[in-house]
Structures are given as structure tokens and as C-alpha cells.
Design a binder for this molecule. Sequence first.
Ligand SMILES: *[C@@H]1O[C@H](CO)[C@@H](O)[C@H](O)[C@H]1NC(C)=O
Ligand SMILES: *[C@@H]1O[C@H](CO)[C@@H](O)[C@H](O)[C@H]1NC(C)=O
Length: 448
Amino acid sequence: MGDFSLEALNLDLNALFLLSVTVLAFLVPVVIILPPVTPQKSDALLQTHSLAGLAPSRSNLRTQFAPAAHEPRPGQPPRVQALMVYPVKSCRGVEVSRARVLPQGLEFDRLFTFAQLRSAFPVPVDASGAESDAHAWSFITQRQFARLATVAVELWLPDEMKLRKQSMKTNEAFLILRFPWQERGLRGLLATIGAKLTRGLRAVAEKEVLLPVDFPDADQIKARGYSYEDVTIWKETVSALNMSKEIPEELRLYLGVSNKLGLFRIDPQKLREVYHCAPRKEDIGWQPVCGFQDGYPLHIQNLCSVQTFDAQVPKDDELRQLSVLRFRPNIILSGGPAYDEDEWKQIRLRPGTSGLYNDALLNVSCHTVRCRLPNVDPDTGDRHPTQPDKTLRATRDIDAGAPRSGCLGVQATPLFEGAVTEEDRTAWVSVGMDVSVEERGEHFYLKS
Ligand SMILES: *[C@@H]1O[C@H](CO)[C@@H](O)[C@H](O)[C@H]1NC(C)=O
Ligand SMILES: *[C@@H]1O[C@H](CO)[C@@H](O)[C@H](O)[C@H]1NC(C)=O
């Protein structure tokens, strides 16, 4: 009797084993051919558009940590090593090998910013109802919400070839924002499995946000229900397009913003005017402007300076190497002596090995006075409690206009030589361009 039941159990186990093998053998190819991934917005865009920028494997910053790779070489001028644009302020950037320079900075740079709706606090006890109800949009950065660093931004540009194949026409470019997000329950689990199957074991489920890049015209603004709102950035108030409709509630939860979260698009007709250390309209014939950059159209870092500075920063488990991307530069140089840029006043980018034919003349407007933002690791979004801010203040307090602050890198404003009309105010910059320093001098930072 006992034997019999044991045999039956054995048989059952065998059958079960065979059944599982059969099911698995059937499922594996199904999962490979039809992975359990929900179609993504980028899948549709792939039919008509191409992803702009360099894949990580082709990044010109691959060598950024290589010892001595970015030190000056005898008889050779500094050169442009890499270029970055950040379509959404404080989010991940897009690395490009060439970029158009516009008066407000590199094309596609800092078009959008996130903001939070804040009450006018503190409000005096005798304030009127309207006063205490008053709310204002205030921009946010990684300083307050470090997870912004992990919001990936893809720039999708219309692809002539693909469009022709599809007999379609469009000039519209799009951004796709991605952030880690797993829905509850089975759907979330499937999304995570799908992510790992398609993008590797370390991949996590993500949520996507699709945004139009081009500034909508009046009809589109009305049709899509956008509106103009005032948003403050530092001490300035800008009237920008409220496109908060486009962002899901999940993003607010992911970032950890407890107030209302908004998304604003700079209006190319209402750019922020730049004064302080920028060239003056009287001298150059037009008013310098910027988008949602911190204060000036272009931000330049020199890898030799970053490496030299990095060597002084105490390291621990949370901070091993200082990526130049912590400083959010647009133009990254190699081969300039460490901290040489501190005294540049005007530089000319020449074609060098870039294959371009134009020069780009830049006014070096001021030192980049750092806030604590570089304490955020651009890969993980983790904020280091003290570094590199502490070392910056201790070793790079170099500008009498910004005492007790640390400076690294320089801010620049493009000068468009010989430009007569507004349309003439454009140039190209590219990796491989040479830098010639045309004017040197001392800087004095003027606070905004
Ligand atoms: C901004 O847009 C959002 C979403 O469309 C809307 O709820 C909000 O009222 C708009 N304006 C302000 C001031 O929040
Ligand atoms: C360029 O910027 C400097 C500050 O470095 C300023 O003093 C100078 O007037 C500017 N040059 C031009 C051509 O406007």
C-alpha cells in the first residue's frame, strides 16, 4: 500500500516535471518573440523619427577619467571634447557631437523647467484672503529634488529617410522623458520583467512622458489647454507656457514634490534678458538672452580643471570620481591648462578637426559660481552630504564678487560676428574645434 502511493507520487512528479518542461519550452520562444512589454511612445516615434545624440558607447566623455588624457600638449591649443544639451532643466542631458548656437544658448538647451506651486509663506496674520491664498510657481532643481537627476531625456528629430518611406511630412521634434516607475500588481510586475528582457538585468520599469519640442502657435495653445503663467527662476519672474497637463501624477510622487508640480516651456519670444556680466546691448547691437539656464546662455568646463580639482576632493563610498556632468556644462574642453579658463574674457572656437567652416566667437562673461547642486551624483541622483561643495568653497574661492563661494568653469555669451539681422545670429559648434583665447583679464562676479 505504502509502496503504491509512493509510486503514484513519483509518477505525478514525473508528469509534473514533463509538463513544466513542455510549458517552458513553449513559453520561452513566445516571451522572446512577444515580450510582455507595453508598447512605448518611442516605438511609434521610431517609424518617423531618429533619436538625437550619441549612444553611451560613443560618448566623447568615455575618457574623462583617464589620467593625463586632458592635460595640455605642447604646441596644441585646447579643443572641444564634448557637447551637452539639457532640454529639461536639472534632468539628464543629451550628448551631441555638433550643436547650433543661438543667442539663448545651444539649440534645444533648457527649453523646459519643472516648478512647484508655493504659497506666499509666511503670510502676516492680518493679511487679506487674497494675500494668504496667493500661490506662485517657483522653478525646482536637483538642489531640492535630487531625483530629477535620474529623469532621462531623449530628443527625437524627424528623419527624412523614414518620413519619405512612410510618405509623411513633419518638422516636429519630440522629447521623451523617462523615469523609474513600477505600477502596482501584475501590470507592474510584467513591465519590470519586460524591461529586464529588453534592456538587461539591471533595467527597471519606466514611465514615459511625450512632449512637443516646438513652441505651439496660438491655436495649438488653445486647443491643448495650455496657458501662460508667471514662474520664478532665482529672483526673476518669467511668463512661460504652463504645460503641466502633459505630466503624470506619478512623476510628482517619484520626485517627492509635495506641492503641485508644474512644467513650463520658455517662449522664444519672451526669453529672459541677461545683464550683469554679459555683453551690453550698446556694445553688440542686441540684448543677450537665455532660456531656463541659470543665468547665461552657455556653460563651459575644462576637463583638466575638473581632474585637478577632483584630486583634492576627499573620496568615500558615496563619491569616488567627480564626473564633469555634475557641473552641467554645455561645452566641455580638453587640453587647456588647469584653471586657465579662470582668466579668459573672449575665446574663439576655430574649425580644428571638426569639419566645420565657421568660427564661433564667445564672450566669457563670468566665473561659474557653484551652488550645492554638484553634490548630486548624476547617475544615481544620490546627494552627497558635503562634497564637492566643501572643497570647492575651500579651494576655489577665487572671485572677489562672490566671496566664500567656490567657482569652477565659466559662463559665456555668444557673439555673432558680422551678424546684421536676427536670423544671422546663429553659428555651429562641434567636437574637435580648437579654442583660441583672444582676450584675458580678471573677472568680478556681479550677483543677480
Ligand atoms: C496650469 O496647468 C494646469 C494643468 O492644465 C492647471 O491645472 C492649472 O490651473 C494651470 N495654472 C495654474 C496657475 O496652476
Ligand atoms: C564680455 O564680457 C566681459 C566680462 O568678461 C565684459 O566686461 C565685456 O564688456 C564683454 N565683451 C563684449 C564684447 O561685450
